[in-house]
Design a protein around this ligand. Structure first.
Ligand SMILES: [Zn+2]
Length: 276
């Protein structure tokens, strides 16, 4: 699944490549998939996108907003899979969940892996969508300060018991993060995935905040993770410290064998010595 850095990379590349292109034909999925959320019928989508020009693209958390001028915003959220540009003359995948053919014979397709929203809103309406309307600051927002982060932890300490992995992956408490990047953040901040949030002292809070910012920045700079693809079909350049092959390998810091547990809806890798 894409996380914030992959969306960031896609937004940058769409701005570089698709801006100014005019849609000749917009189509929704030709392959049935019950976990793709559409808000338009295929014929509505075709009628509303015809003749529109691709404007500015922005991203927020795990969402991507592509302006279709005049008046509309194509909105992708919570997706994985492939979001691809196809230069004129290159083949387009047979199966897709969304397809835009441009007047210059190039094209854009999106195919999601597990689930995802592919919706078309009148400009501005996308901000009222569930999950976007009340989104908390993401780690690339200026509002994601140590003061904000500390207040978030205080707030969480009042409610249900959250753990370090829960903070990074549940309920979009920190929008844009997911299971993949969370593993490296916890490793670098030397926190066990089950470490209770209320137990974090001041220094640990500061280290965790700094590690979130640093890790997100690094993955963005490398164009996303190496197990995800960018707009041009290239894998990203960030190799995770704790990826799915990590279990049993020596920890890069101390040499202890990395362990794997199932925790909070997914595999979790950690060094039992560094992350206590
Ligand atoms: Zn270690």
């Amino acid at each position: 699944m894409f996380e914030l850095p992959e969306y960031f990379t896609l937004a940058r590349q769409i701005n570089e490549t698709l801006t100014g292109k005019v849609i000749e034909q917009g189509s929704l999925g030709n392959t049935p998939h019950k976990f793709v959320w559409y808000n338009r019928t295929p014929s509505e989508f075709a009628a509303l996108t015809r003749g529109k020009t691709v404007g500015k693209t922005r991203t927020q958390g795990r969402w991507l907003f592509i302006a279709l001028e005049p008046g509309y915003v194509l909105t992708f959220g919570e997706c994985g899979g492939k979001v691809l540009f196809h230069p004129a003359g290159s083949p387009v995948p047979k199966k897709y969940h969304l397809h835009l053919a441009f007047t210059d014979s190039s094209a854009f397709t999106a195919t999601t892996q597990m689930w995802g929203a592919m919706e078309l809103y009148e400009q501005g309406q996308e901000r009222n969508r569930q999950y976007i309307r009340d989104m908390r600051p993401t780690p690339v927002d200026p509002g994601f300060t140590l003061e904000y982060f500390s207040a978030l932890l205080d707030e969480l300490a009042q409610g249900e018991k959250r753990t370090a992995k829960g903070l990074l992956t549940q309920d979009q408490l920190i929008p844009g993060l997911g299971n993949s990047i969370a593993q490296d953040i916890l490793f670098r901040a030397k926190l066990h995935p089950k470490h209770p949030i209320p137990d974090l002292d001041k220094a640990q809070r500061r280290l965790l905040h700094r590690t979130i910012l640093k890790t997100v920045k690094e993955v963005i700079e490398r164009g996303g993770r190496n197990d995800e693809y960018d707009l041009y079909g290239h894998a990203g350049g960030y190799r995770r410290v704790l990826d799915k092959n990590a279990a049993g390998r020596p920890c890069p810091e101390c040499g202890t064998k990395i362990e794997k547990i199932q925790y909070l809806g997914g595999a979790c890798y950690f060094c039992p010595s560094c992350q206590q």
